[in-house]
Ligand binder design. Structure first.
Ligand code: PLP
Length: 745
């Protein structure tokens, strides 16, 4: 089986807040500049003069669009440069002003939902210029609007205040007049920057009629080229060139001007100024577009909630979450349907949740599952209709197995072990025939579990918890209710009262040829158990709750914890469970998927010492070390995610584990594992046999006991990297296709 290529032909691009395609008129203008108007605007010959004319006429148009009949309007390389220039200008003026520099309290205020370019620039230049001011985030309300009272309370001590006109993740539009009043009523001198990147073309701007000191813009967010931006600077605002040199832009920004970039802005600005222009839709039309998209999304994904308040947002941004789905899963689904959207903020990649939605106080799951869908004002009705059709197709692919159970391909019917995740919480599903056991359900997964049970026609035998979770509530009771299970005779962890003894001499449930036995493992909590999955008397895997975590041991600083008991439980468990058998914890903070005693003993010195046959560590010594560890890990009160005793960082693959397609030939009989989900295969019309999405990789290992090299691949190389790292940590020879099938053409 070879690595399949995606069909990338008819892409639907709904990620305009990250960047937009270049408008055909702008492409034409750029081409003309490169072929005909290539002069240097500083040259005094005719070629240079023509170039200068193009530059100055574009600046004039920009002044009209931005409402800037005064102040400077400088061409920059983009908004990040504009932001630096504003911050350096403001802070270097403050540095020279002893009255301001020596104030008893000096604040640099910025909106809590600002693009990272803003707080990071403030922090950087505050340190470098020795201003030594305190950086303070202005809180926002649940709509993402800035707290005006907070601004009023702190403005008197503020040296600079940075706010944004429109947020890039939610489209939330700030009331600039109200912010101006809050600042100026307290501090007319304070320097005020407004990041207008996402506002251009989406709301009217009248900069010179305001007291905004600095306003950065970026061309690539509105159909111009990348590498071109603008900075407005008010006449009264201090200015210090960020780039010094040949004195271009009247000495305000040196370096030969980016004429192709400037040329690409011109048709955009002309279109914005011409109400009859066919290119950009009216505000009313954009609002109607949003309504159509929102209705389609709601209809296609019943569990969908919007994270942004349409009443205070520009119409071109929709931010949503679907209960039970991580944003990465949805992103992969949309990408497989050739719809480009983004998860949380594209600019803060790596983050698993959105700091913007966190600042708005949205529930953790909404922040973890956030998807941003954004379009530009040049969107057409035909493009919108196509996007809506494709969204329905994506949703249908997700429901595929439910709507057509008789058409299920073997890999679509659930069997064996399935790992579902909500953030760092793991829930497991064990399926044999038409029976299922659910282990450690959490609330955000309830809807998904209910749907899965019904569409796969599964009968739920038991819903079990590995312990009474100290940091979150089990969703077992809700799930039982939703599934209409009314079994009365259950213990608090969901275990049937009359479970018989099984082959491991422990109470057990039978699932076809498998058994699930219950073993007490007190320590993290008093009631903790491990669930041992066995075929005959061979234990294949153990659901260990928080007793053993990837790279850690469950915390023992809860009321019902006992570090001494944990020591005995670990030793008893390690005696029963083979060193290579899979351990499946209740949390997975670093996407390691599974572990084993062997892997943990390599990675966790405390566990290694506790289990060592030669070491002399006793329960008391273990408890002392564990207690010290717990103290070092103390979590802030109210933290939504308690990392139960895990300190491990991310795992990195060795360069030789990252393969190009050409490298595949060097392996003799590897297992090629496609880790994409089955709905992605459906959307891409693939029929891969060797498919094991991350959620079923554990079962793949149980099914393939040989030691052949494992080569994982997926769409972009991100999930395959996770899989290879997890497998490699387990001690397997694991590799992945770098860049995924997206780059394998
Ligand atoms: N500010 C906001 C609100 C943005 O959305 C972005 C880009 O995502 C930037 C600043 C940075 O812009 P640039 O890419 O032009 O540096």
């Amino acid at each position: 089986m070879g690595v399949q290529e995606p069909r990338c032909s008819d892409e639907i691009y709904l990620d305009a807040n990250a960047t937009t395609p270049v408008l055909p008129a702008a492409v034409g203008a750029v081409q003309e500049v490169m072929q005909e108007l290539y002069g240097n605007p500083s040259s005094t010959h005719i070629t240079g003069l023509r170039a200068r004319h193009l530059m100055e006429s574009t600046r004039q148009l920009a002044r009209q669009v931005l409402g800037t009949d005064s102040g400077h309007l400088i061409f920059t390389s983009g908004a990040t440069e504009g932001i630096q220039t504003a911050v350096v200008s403001a802070l270097s003026a403050i540095q020279k002003d002893s009255n301001r520099l020596n104030k008893p309290r000096k604040l640099l205020l910025y909106g809590a939902t600002e693009h990272k370019a803003v707080p990071n620039s403030l922090k950087h230049w505050n340190a470098l210029l020795g201003i030594d001011a305190e950086l303070l985030a202005i809180p926002v309300n649940h709509q993402g609007l800035l707290d005006l009272a907070f601004i009023r309370d702190h403005a008197a001590d503020a040296l600079m205040i940075c706010t944004m006109a429109v947020n890039n993740e939610t489209g939330a539009r700030q009331d600039l007049r109200a912010i101006e009043e809050a600042i100026r009523s307290q501090n007319p001198q304070c320097l005020w920057m407004v990041d207008c990147v996402q506002a251009l073309g989406k709301m009217p701007l009248a900069l010179s009629a305001s007291t905004i000191d600095y306003a950065p813009f970026s061309g690539h967010k509105l159909y111009a080229m990348k590498g071109i931006g603008m900075l407005y600077v008010r006449d009264e605002a201090p200015f210090s060139p960020f780039i010094a040199g040949g004195g271009q832009e009247k000495g305000l920004r040196s370096g030969t001007e980016n004429l192709p970039g400037i040329a690409s802005l011109k048709p955009i600005l002309e279109a914005l100024l011409d109400p009859e222009h066919q290119c950009f839709r009216s505000l009313d039309t954009l609002v109607a577009f949003r309504a159509q998209l929102a209705a389609t999304l709601k209809d296609a994904f019943p569990g969908l909630v919007f994270n942004n308040d349409f009443g205070v947002s520009v119409p071109t941004t929709l931010n949503f979450a679907i209960e039970g789905f991580a944003s990465k899963e949805l992103l992969d689904l949309f990408d497989a349907a050739n719809i480009r959207v983004s998860s949380g903020s594209a600019c803060s990649s790596g983050a698993s949740r959105s700091f913007v939605l966190d600042a708005m106080g949205l529930p953790a799951w909404q922040s973890e599952a956030a998807i941003r869908l954004s379009f530009g004002p040049a969107m057409t009705q035909a493009e919108l209709d196509a996007a809506c059709d494709r969204i329905r197709q994506a949703a249908d692919a997700l429901k595929f197995s439910c709507r057509h159970p008789q058409q299920l391909r073997p890999e679509q019917a659930l069997k064996g072990l399935v790992q579902l995740k909500s953030g760092a919480d793991c829930c497991y599903l064990l399926v044999a025939g038409h029976k299922a056991v659910i282990i450690d359900p959490v609330a955000p997964l309830v809807e998904r579990l209910v749907q899965t049970m019904s569409c796969q026609h599964l009968e739920v035998m038991a819903i079990l918890d590995t312990h009474g979770h100290a940091d979150h509530q089990s969703a077992a009771a809700t799930l039982r209710q939703r599934l209409g299970l009314t079994d009365a005779e259950l213990d608090p962890l969901g275990w049937p009262a009359a479970a018989p003894q099984g082959p491991l001499a422990l109470p057990c449930l039978s699932l076809g040829e498998l058994t699930l036995s219950r073993m007490a493992t007190p320590g993290h909590t008093g009631d903790a158990i491990a669930l041992l999955l066995a075929k005959g008397d061979t234990i294949q895997a153990a659901f260990v709750g928080d007793t053993v975590l990837h790279g850690g041991l469950g915390r023992t600083d809860f009321a019902s914890s006992d570090a001494t008991a944990l020591y005995s439980s670990l030793r008893a468990l390690a005696q029963k469970v083979p060193a290579k058998a899979l351990l499946l914890p209740a949390h997975d903070y670093h996407n390691l998927l599974f572990t084993s005693f062997e892997a943990e003993q390599r990675n966790n010195p405390l566990l290694a010492d506790a289990l060592s046959l030669v070491a002399t560590m006793d329960a008391a010594a273990f408890a002392a070390r564990k207690t010290a560890l717990d103290q070092a890990l103390a979590c802030p009160q109210g933290a939504s995610e308690i990392r139960c005793g895990v300190t491990l960082g991310e795992l990195h693959l060795r360069p030789e584990q990252e393969l190009q397609v050409a490298d595949l030939a060097r392996f003799e009989a590897p297992h090629l594992i496609d880790v994409r989900e089955s709905h992605e295969h459906h959307l891409q019309h693939l029929g891969n046999d060797d498919s094991a999405p991350l959620s079923r990789l554990a079962q793949y290992l149980l099914d393939h006991e040989d030691d052949a090299p494992l080569i994982c691949y997926c769409r972009s190389g991100s999930r395959s990297q996770v899989a290879a790292a997890a497998l490699s940590r387990l001690g397997r020879q694991a590799y992945h296709l770098k860049g995924g099938v997206a780059l394998s053409r």
